[in-house]
Ligand binder design. Structure first.
Ligand SMILES: Cc1cc2nc3c(=O)[nH]c(=O)nc-3n(C[C@H](O)[C@H](O)[C@H](O)COP(=O)(O)OP(=O)(O)OC[C@H]3O[C@@H](n4cnc5c(N)ncnc54)[C@H](O)[C@@H]3O)c2cc1C
Length: 432
């Protein structure tokens, strides 16, 4: 059965969320633009906590989680529909308890954490009371984790961690880190790396720089360069088993990637909304921008891109719900990851262009969207690497031709067709 409709009950909730985000949450983006991942001060708490409470009352808090973890267990498809709305605003995922990278981090603690780890880290994370950081990329290489050198060495009942990590998002405000390190250099990296959970204030965790994205002041960004210097953690800090890091990373990144794609739909739709308003408002050379053929092309191309992307992302979310196995849906998650930066880039760029000088100014949000699109092509792995994944998965369904000619080589197929219908062909010839 095919069905492209949202059930009316959930649609009502989505309509509520849409109005709530526009009216109540988007203003936070303007007054506290970079403070989403900073623990709440008393003043901010007075504004943000009541908003979170209203989300909870509607049953929309942390909808990515099952009821055992305090969510509704709505699944990825419903989360996708909600995330399209939340993508409009940088504060909205926080207010709805489903912000990256905490969602992915919560997911792996829920999957692999011990009861003590869940109590200490997961519970407050899900309550929205603290933030977390995932510390995997290293200065000398991110796309290829087999290059990682940060090392944990056993010392009695403890482990001692030494090395450097780069672009650990939100580390400067996070209460704890999940760090991926080499624990056994003598086996393949796929078996020799492990993950540790540790409080950010553990002695030896040195945040050397807070790298920012374009437009942010130097050293005031949210992506940390961290020097782990003789960081001592107990054996109980190990997340999952020793050597399990790659398996855990795949669980984390599968969900994270599709959630980014869902929110990207929201950002791109916002750009389309702005583009359409502008072209209907601005007249030049005797007619509205909306009447110019090239501009109409911008709108049609943008509509086509977002429509295809949205359907694909929702379909992929539906597949995840159906199979409950990220690995099985790997090809489509990677495809969504590949397409996402281009969709956002193209749409934001066109929307910016039709706004003229105002578009590139810091009085409109377009350049932030374009930078965001570039970041989406890197965060959680570069586009090129995901294309390789897609291609390998696609090729699994094919095999090489049995001989030098392709299986669709027409002369051979024609001969086979002639042989099959030989008696009729002879009759045709006889009747001439
Ligand atoms: C906004 C943002 C947030 C991030 N947050 C985090 C975080 O919280 N934690 C964390 O650990 N990391 C984080 N990262 C880092 C991210 O995971 C890495 O940037 C990414 O994995 C690429 O690694 P790299 O930057 O070292 O680039 P490299 O590995 O040096 O790759 C550079 C380029 O080389 C090309 N390339 C690489 N490999 C291949 C290949 N196999 N085939 C073809 N071309 C290739 C691609 O063009 C690629 O962009 C974040 C990055 C961004 C931009």
């Amino acid at each position: 059965m095919w069905d492209f409709e949202t059930d009316p009950e959930y649609q009502e909730l989505l309509d509520w969320a849409d109005a709530f985000v526009r009216d109540e949450v988007e203003p936070l983006d303007l007054i506290w633009p970079h403070l989403q991942f900073t623990p709440l001060t008393e003043t901010r708490r007075k504004v943000v906590d009541p908003l979170k409470e209203r989300v909870r009352q509607k049953g929309l808090w942390a909808t990515h989680l099952g009821p055992d973890l305090g969510g509704q267990g709505y699944g990825q498809l419903k989360l996708g529909l909600l995330n399209e709305i939340l993508g409009r605003s940088s504060w909205a995922p926080i207010v709805f308890g489903c912000q990256a990278p905490d969602t992915g981090n919560a997911e792996i603690i829920a999957h692999y954490g011990t009861p003590e780890q869940k109590e200490r880290y997961l519970r407050p994370l899900l309550d929205g009371e603290l933030f977390s950081s995932y510390s995997m990329t290293e200065p000398q290489g991110g796309a290829d984790p087999t290059q990682f050198t940060t090392r944990a060495v056993r010392d009695g009942d403890d482990w001692v961690i030494n090395g450097w990590k780069f672009f650990s998002s939100n580390a400067n405000t996070a209460a704890f880190l999940i760090v991926m390190v080499v624990t056994n250099p003598d086996v393949s990296p796929y078996q020799g790396m492990s993950m540790f959970l540790l409080p950010t204030d553990t002695p030896g965790v040195n945040i050397v720089r807070n790298v920012g994205l374009h437009g942010e002041s130097e050293n005031e960004g949210s992506h940390a360069l961290i020097h782990y210097e003789n960081v001592r953690v107990p054996d109980s800090a190990l997340l999952g088993g020793e050597g399990q890091a790659f398996v855990i990373a795949q669980t984390r990144l599968g969900g994270g990637r599709i959630h980014h794609a869902m929110r990207t739909i929201g950002v791109a739709q916002k750009a389309i909304d702005m583009m359409c308003e502008r072209v209907l408002s601005r007249e030049t050379a005797g007619s509205l921008l909306a009447d110019k053929q090239t501009v109409q092309g911008y709108i049609a191309d943008s509509y086509a891109q977002i429509k295809q992307f949205r359907l694909f992302v929702l379909y992929t979310a539906w597949e995840i719900d159906k199979y409950n196995d990220y690995k099985k849906v790997r090809k489509d998650i990677a495809t969504a990851k590949v397409v996402m930066p281009t969709v956002l880039h193209d749409i934001a760029w066109r929307a910016m262009q039709v706004h003229g000088a105002l578009g590139v100014s810091n009085e409109m949000p377009f350049l932030g969207m374009v930078t965001g699109a570039a970041a989406l092509g890197l965060a959680d792995g570069p586009t090129e690497v995901h294309k390789t994944t897609v291609a390998k998965q696609v090729l699994r369904d094919y095999k090489a031709s049995d001989d030098v000619w392709p299986s669709e080589w027409l002369p051979r197929k024609r001969d086979a067709a002639r042989a099959r219908f030989a008696e009729y062909l002879e009759l045709e010839v006889g009747n001439l």
